[in-house]
Ligand binder design. Structure first.
Ligand SMILES: Nc1ncnc2c1ncn2[C@@H]1O[C@H](COP(=O)(O)OP(=O)(O)OP(=O)(O)O)[C@@H](O)[C@H]1O
Ligand SMILES: [Mg+2]
Length: 454
């Protein structure tokens, strides 16, 4: 709790005796008090000086207490406000609080109610500012190296990232979906000497093939139909920073050779231009495909593969580092509660046991989504086994558990339904919906088109 002598109070009261009395009570408790006898003077003082709390009479000559409050909300919304009022009926009190006052004191009030009201306000302000500070820290940390997990696999990963980050080497991050590839790419950028420059993530799977070249390398006005003005490509936008080419395995072969050229020579040409542009861009890439297999199939250039994979960073799947599950759950509960202004919830022992026993095929992303849902949906402060059971986490299996009914099914209705459900689960994020169904992005788009799902 703050010391009273650090708390500045502005007292606005026109009646001399009343003002002197309140001031004396407050000063005896070591509050810093400035007193004025009218609202105009009070408002002027508020513009010049910061106060923690304003205590104002409602009925004043000139502008009244409500008008002081209105001004206060504009000039210093962080200052607390207590209104002294002659009415003690509840409807009046509701109006005062609705207008933005923190509390009110109906006349006549005694010394104890005055001091209690102030203490209550100081306390709630303090909690609020601590909460804001925590939220700020959580946000800041999540921007930085917010990788949770102290398993030996994760510690090896941190060592690899710390070694790789300060070099200029191109990095290929591999790992199953949801393991934290993007988080690792951000950590690499933050730990590199480029950390004051942009980090630009590009999802290669989401760029239509016909636009990929312009998207990455830029295009001159008129270079293709629809190019009404010069277009800056992603690589140019990332100049002096880091570009993160996510799902790099999805790049068309033509773009792969252009990327290779950029890595070898450090220059690009915008589409439709002969002018070479020299760029300084750190390239970090990621894939959850077995890229070497794609090389063997002829879908990915071998020379590019070796250029990208100068430093391989492999993110372990969650089922191979079970000891990280609990700290991750705790972290996600805390973040979720803070973001939603809720008291921090707990997880019951049986609920934790069930979560630890699960294999998390969607890795940390699935764990995070599950924890968020549990935190928001559970009615009690402790998340129970029933809450977990309700989510019906199914064990992942290489074999499908689906049993074809005797009477058969209508395949197309079933397929369309799966597509729609996947989109709905992923808030219409197509990349993630495709992953949920174990489909490549293009195969997924093909099916959306087939059923005319927009
Ligand atoms: N070690 C970790 N600590 C804390 N949060 C993590 C960790 N790993 C992943 N996350 C969180 O899990 C989610 C998924 O992570 P991210 O997007 O980096 O995964 P990804 O491997 O790129 O997935 P995808 O292959 O589906 O693109 C994000 O919300 C991320 O913040
Ligand atoms: Mg990703």
């Amino acid at each position: 709790m703050l010391n009273n002598h650090l708390i500045n109070i502005l007292l606005i009261e026109d009646e001399f005796d009343q003002r002197q009395l309140i001031k004396a009570i407050l000063e005896a408790e070591h509050y810093q008090v400035t007193d004025v006898d009218n609202g105009e003077l009070g408002v002027k003082l508020l513009e010049k000086k910061d106060f923690d709390i304003v205590i104002s009479d409602w009925k004043l000559p000139g502008i009244n207490g409500n008008q002081v409050l209105e001004q206060l909300k504009q000039s210093s919304p962080g200052t607390g406000f207590i209104l002294i009022t002659a009415h003690s009926d509840a409807s009046h009190a509701i109006n005062i609080i609705r207008a933005g006052a923190d509390d009110y004191l109906p006349k006549p009030f005694d010394k104890n109610s005055l001091l209690f009201t102030i203490k209550k306000l100081v306390y709630s302000r303090q909690i609020e500012s601590e909460n804001n500070e925590l939220k700020r820290q959580v946000k800041h940390r999540s921007k930085l190296l917010d990788m949770i997990g102290q398993s030996s696999a994760m510690n090896k990963l941190y060592q690899r990232i710390e070694k790789a980050a300060p070099t200029n080497a191109t990095i290929l991050i591999t790992g199953e979906s949801g393991t934290g590839k993007e988080l690792a790419a951000r950590a690499i950028h933050q730990l590199s000497h480029l950390n004051n420059s942009p980090f630009l993530p590009v999802n290669c799977a989401a760029i239509p093939e016909s636009l990929a070249e312009a998207e990455l390398f830029g295009a001159e006005k008129g270079a293709y139909t629809g190019a009404h003005k010069n277009r800056i490509g992603k690589l140019e936008s990332a100049h002096n920073g880091t570009i993160f080419l996510d799902e790099v395995g999805e790049l068309p072969l033509l773009i792969q050779s252009k990327l290779l050229r950029f890595i070898q020579e450090g220059t690009i040409n915008r589409v439709g231009s002969n002018q070479e542009i020299k760029l300084n861009v750190r390239i970090v890439t990621a894939t959850n495909r077995a890229l070497l297999e794609e090389v063997e199939k002829g879908n990915f250039r071998e020379d590019l593969y070796y250029r990208l994979n100068v430093i391989p960073v492999v993110i372990p799947s969650l089922r191979n580092r079970q000891e990280d599950i609990f700290p991750l759950i705790q972290h996600f509960i805390k973040v979720c509660c803070l973001e939603n202004n809720m008291p921090i919830k707990q997880l019951s022992a049986p609920a934790l046991k069930a979560m630890l026993a699960y294999s998390w095929p969607g890795n940390v992303r699935q764990l995070r989504n599950t924890v968020e849902r549990l935190t928001l949906l559970s009615l009690e402060n402790t998340i129970s086994l029933d809450d977990v059971d309700e989510l019906e986490l199914h064990q992942a299996n290489d074999e499908s558990n689906f049993i074809l009914p005797q009477q058969g099914i209508n395949w197309e209705i079933h397929e369309k339904d799966c597509l729609l459900q996947a989109l709905s689960h992923c808030n219409n994020n197509r990349t993630q919906a495709a992953k949920l169904l174990g489909l490549g992005y293009k195969a997924f788009l093909y099916r959306l088109d087939k059923y005319q799902i927009s």
